[in-house]
Design a binder for this molecule. Structure first.
Ligand code: SF4
Ligand code: SF4
Length: 249
């Protein structure tokens, strides 16, 4: 028996059980600890705000969509929250203090047309490529998004979901609009990564054309830099089916 087969037999099943079972300890989570400003804010904000590389810390709190989870602020007075959901249906929720924790697990307008399968077209409008790698990794044998009916497609004409990665640049806006218009309905848009949400480490770039929702209607936002694959898979699953079920297939 070859070494590869022996290893496969010894390891057993490797594919994640998500969404039929909670992620195990070795998996990247679908939740994260987010920084928040403890009261009194006047004591911590002046210390923490200058060390934040994305300008995410404001007087009202931390803009979770802009936060890249670098943890610099945690040594300057901010504190980590408990686990928060890594998906929101609006940027406004991500801008409100601890907005992610209060987000119901649904998207803006779940479509009954997505009940059985979802074809996803990824468009890079200005990324560093890390978000792309995490998203496309969903098709590998570990995440195996195909077992859930979630497939990547190479044509927007076959796509139900437009997965947007990277900071929207003015140069890419015509391509973004044409791609969205080429998709048949019903269709949805999922934005992943701090760059697509709020600019991330590229915030303030003069080529940025934020917010993304000015150009395409966004149904779900997944923060992170990059977001964990299971958070992306969870968002696509919710777009297709609604809240994840704990029951098996
Ligand atoms: S980007 Fe880094 S410094 Fe800024 S709020 Fe997030 S964890 Fe803190
Ligand atoms: S959010 Fe982070 S990982 Fe994703 S494209 Fe921007 S810099 Fe890269």
């Amino acid at each position: 028996m070859s070494t590869w087969i022996q290893q496969a037999v010894a390891r057993g099943r490797l594919t994640t059980r998500f969404p039929w079972a909670p992620p195990n300890e070795e998996e990247a989570p679908i939740t994260a600890h987010a920084p928040e400003v403890p009261p009194p804010a006047t004591r911590t904000l002046p210390l923490a705000a200058p060390v934040c590389p994305t300008g995410a810390i404001e007087s009202e709190g931390v803009r979770q969509g802009a936060c890249i989870r670098c943890a610099r602020c945690l040594s300057h007075g901010l504190t980590p929250t408990g686990p928060v959901d890594l998906m929101a249906s609006s940027i406004a929720l991500l801008r409100s203090p601890s907005g992610l924790r209060h987000e119901p697990p649904s998207v803006r307008s779940p479509s009954p047309g997505f009940r059985r399968s979802l074809h996803v077209f990824l468009i890079d409008v200005g990324s560093c490529n890390a978000c792309n790698r995490e998203a496309l990794g969903l098709a590998n044998p570990y995440y195996d998004s195909q077992r859930l009916g979630i497939f990547f497609t190479n044509s927007p004409r076959h796509a139900d979901v437009l997965l947007v990665v990277g900071i929207p640049t003015r140069e890419m806006l015509p391509s973004l609009s044409r791609t969205y218009e080429a998709m048949p309905g019903p269709k949805a848009v999922v934005a992943i990564g701090a760059c697509a949400l709020e600019g991330g480490i590229f915030h303030g770039n003069p080529h940025a054309a934020l917010p993304l929702s000015d150009h395409v209607p966004v149904d779900a936002y997944v923060p992170g830099c990059p977001p964990p694959p299971l958070a992306i898979l969870s968002a696509l699953w919710r777009v297709m089916r609604g809240p994840p079920s704990r029951e098996g297939p």
